[in-house]
Design a protein around this ligand. Structure first.
Ligand SMILES: Nc1nc2c([nH]c(=O)n2[C@@H]2O[C@H](COP(=O)(O)OP(=O)(O)OP(=O)(O)O)[C@@H](O)[C@H]2O)c(=O)[nH]1
Length: 320
């Protein structure tokens, strides 16, 4: 991969999610004199020529921590541009290991409960990794509202099947009706322990005590992040993502990745196009557009932490 005028190094880095018996995850602190010194990272390092990612990670974990390990399933691969290089951070679960783990290169170590990972200062490529460990993999967008009872019943079914992040959106609904039905939907989501955001309407989000999902067109005009609520954004290109990062959004939705009947006029990004956009942002991103739950593995291979969709969530059971 090249930038205009200047060739950047392309490096493949493998890192491991190592857990102790209490489920805490091991972070290591980058030592002085290296790039990104002082930041916390998942232990690992660069893949050497001729090594498989599994071999490289097992070698790095032995060199850095003195442990023997069995490398497990891929978690996420994050493509990321740094000033001097393009990186793919390829994160694997470490299935089994035996220790004791110690910082053999003078690096500090910390065993961190998963829900506290976001409190640690980490390199940009790690933010989507933490989201892949912590956040719901599916973000469902509600369908148009035709029959209120049926609409709420499909929401109930999706929540009962495990959906934990929902965007309330029903374009074309009369405002008073929407306010009332959205209120009922929020009560259901809260009871199920699901995070809920409403599309576009910051005032309604505040009134209902929920998050807001900004439309792409809102991003450029908004001077600051709406305070006191979760904030997500729809992004179609690099400019939108830059605005979303500037505002400090919690996550973004990028698409459309595959062809979808809702946008017949615009060409799909494809997974490669998606990954190129992802390289420049460190926000956690859900991929959207012609995708289903079954695409989660492919999405994670291209740096998406999850899948967002309308179809597929409200007509079939959701698996967490
Ligand atoms: N091991 C590890 N590396 C990470 C993570 N996140 C992340 O951006 N990186 C980057 O991936 C690269 C890992 O290479 P390395 O550990 O062999 O570090 P290094 O200092 O020799 O790298 P350099 O030669 O590129 O400067 C570094 O540039 C590091 O900043 C992570 O979670 N774990």
């Amino acid at each position: 991969m090249r930038e205009m005028g200047s060739a950047k190094r392309l490096i493949h880095v493998v890192a491991g999610v190592i857990r102790d018996v209490r489920g805490r995850v091991l972070l290591a602190r980058r030592t002085e004199g290296r790039d990104l010194a002082g930041l916390w990272e998942f232990p690992g390092g660069k893949c050497e020529p001729g090594e498989t990612p599994e071999q490289a990670l097992a070698r790095e974990l032995h060199e850095e921590l003195g442990i023997e390990s069995r490398i497990g399933a891929p978690l996420i691969r994050v493509p990321q541009q740094y000033p001097d290089k393009t990186l793919v951070l390829d994160v694997r679960e470490v299935e089994a290991w035996h220790g004791p783990a110690r910082g053999r290169e003078g690096q500090a170590l910390a065993w961190v409960p998963v829900e506290k990972l976001a409190l640690y200062d980490m390199p940009p490529a790690d933010r989507p990794v933490v989201a892949a460990l912590l956040d719901p993999p599916f973000y469902a967008v509600t369908p148009p509202l035709q029959d209120e009872a049926a609409w709420l019943a499909t929401l109930d079914a999706a929540l009962a099947a495990g959906l934990r992040r929902v965007q309330l959106r029903a374009p074309g609904t009369e405002p008073a009706t929407w306010r009332r039905v959205a209120g009922q939907a929020v009560a259901r989501c809260v009871a199920a322990g699901a995070q809920v955001l409403v599309n576009g309407d910051i005032d309604l989000a505040r009134e209902l005590g929920i998050g807001v999902h900004l439309r792409a067109a809102q991003l450029a005009t908004l001077p600051a992040r709406p305070d006191g609520m979760a904030v997500a954004a729809s992004c179609h290109g690099a400019d939108d993502l830059r605005h979303a990062e500037r505002l400090g959004c919690d996550f973004a939705v990028v698409g459309h990745v595959a062809a979808t009947p809702s946008h017949p006029d615009r060409a799909p990004l494809g997974w490669d196009g998606f990954a190129r956009l992802r390289e420049h942002a460190s926000l956690p991103i859900y991929a959207i557009g012609g995708l289903a739950r079954e695409d989660l593995v492919l999405a994670r291979e291209h740096g998406a932490q999850g899948i967002a969709a309308i179809r597929g969530f409200f007509d079939a059971p959701v698996v967490r």
